[in-house]
Design a protein around this ligand. Sequence first.
Ligand code: ADP
Ligand code: ZN
Length: 531
Amino acid sequence: TQHGPAGGDSDALRCLRRVFGYDAFRGEQEAIVEHVVAGGDALVLMPTGGGKSLCYQIPALVRPGVGVVVSPLIALMQDQVDALRALGVRAGFLNSTQDADERRMVEAEFLAGELDLLYLAPERLRVDATLRLLDRGKISLFAIDEAHCVAQWGHDFRPDYLALSALHERWPDVPRIALTATATDATRREIATRLKLDDARHFVASFDRPNIQYRIVPKTEPKKQLLELLRAEHAGDAGVVYCMSRKGVEDTAAFLVQHGIDALPYHAGLDAATRAEHQARFLREDGIVMVATIAFGMGIDKPDVRFVAHLDLPKSVEGYYQETGRAGRDGLPSTAWLAYGLQDVVQQRKMIDGSEGDDAHRRRLAAHLDAMLALCETVECRRGRLLEYFGQEPEATSCGNCDTCLTPPVTWDGTIAAQKFLSAVFRLARERRQKFGAGQIIDILLGKKTAKVIQHDHDALTVFGIGTELSVAEWRAVVRQLLAQGLLAVEGEYGTLVLTEASGDVLGQRRQVPMRREPEKPGRSAKSGGA
Ligand code: ADP
Ligand code: ZN
């Protein structure tokens, strides 16, 4: 415990106890708080639930003046401010949800020095009137929450954040603290550069969430697999189920309700009142399963979320980590469960190819997807791979609390299968000038005379029927792993498959292709004992 110069407790510690009612700082909080109280800039990387808020709230209370907090979470500002006011902290916010009168009242409080904390939406700082208002008050610090929103490389870029570098130019003496739960080295460097945090001290907390059990399973019948998981391991528990589309959310929520589970849908297509009601019920009642798009969750502080399930592949490892990080904030055992299949890859490639923006942007999205695929198909410890992705050295090669550690996947030499599949792709391109999706190519390898095979005369290909040793599911697993290893690529609207530069090494017998065998009981990999 830190002691102040007078030998008693520091102002910060007294504030922690008196205002927030906590006994002690957690982890790096104390060092961060002392650094900012002393006027230093800081860049804080801490996982969700790590306790970032206190890192700026306490310095704002200890230092003279008003702490200005920039946050993109407009929908949560009212709640945050209410919670602070309940603790006796004088907090207010300015955003687009207020009318002119409400705004004027908050501005008057700010000018009169009657606020400790002022929350601002980033777009407010592009308005000259806001800057002039801030000029007329006394500012103790700037806190930039969700700072990864400034990074174009990240998954949550917001153009308004780019304007925040102006804070330093206009108020060079006011300390700034940028906070985020996203922390690849690339993102961290980009935050520091774009916010001009040249002299900031970096505080990087461990990203390990030891109480979360990571599991990634092949997707067969996602809703059924999910129901089985909930019944077997999470009966009556609160959890979040993420789906990519609004329709996926609606269908899944209806399915769960039909099977007696207290599920609610949440997506941007629902009206604001319904969304607010569902969110409130999730927070207040026990055992609600929120089925949602990723529109749900940022800033939600519910400690006892026992599982986070993904029925569709997240777009990036960063997104996956943030979403799964909403499980188990109370430190108790929790599950992060993801079902993913070949169709996810095809669909996401399609979205990337059709996305707006330049080639560099598309390449970034593709790199994010590739990293996510590699995590899905790894035969090593998932936690280890996650931590490495965030630039952190794992403590051990095996964590004992992820599916690959609990049930080590059996690997097999997939070189011949890979050669067969790739040569089918090659022959179609070379002899027929055709490209097809996985389904047709698998039918060809299995020697199935489907209407489409006959129509295209594909039974005349030399590769027809050469792959009957594997099932359809096994071939699909082969395709996923070829994609994850960069030996095959998906393109275009129809998810057609094409060779990559590396494919030649496999076809030319210069490269082996180890593969992971599908678990026998898909969906229960961690508990099903062996593949
Ligand atoms: P983050 O913003 O990093 O996701 P929060 O600031 O919302 O995390 O904090 C997560 C939870 O931990 C909150 O409920 C908060 O009150 C609690 N918390 C933070 N710091 C401490 C502490 N030093 N002692 C006890 N609880 C804390
Ligand atoms: Zn592990």
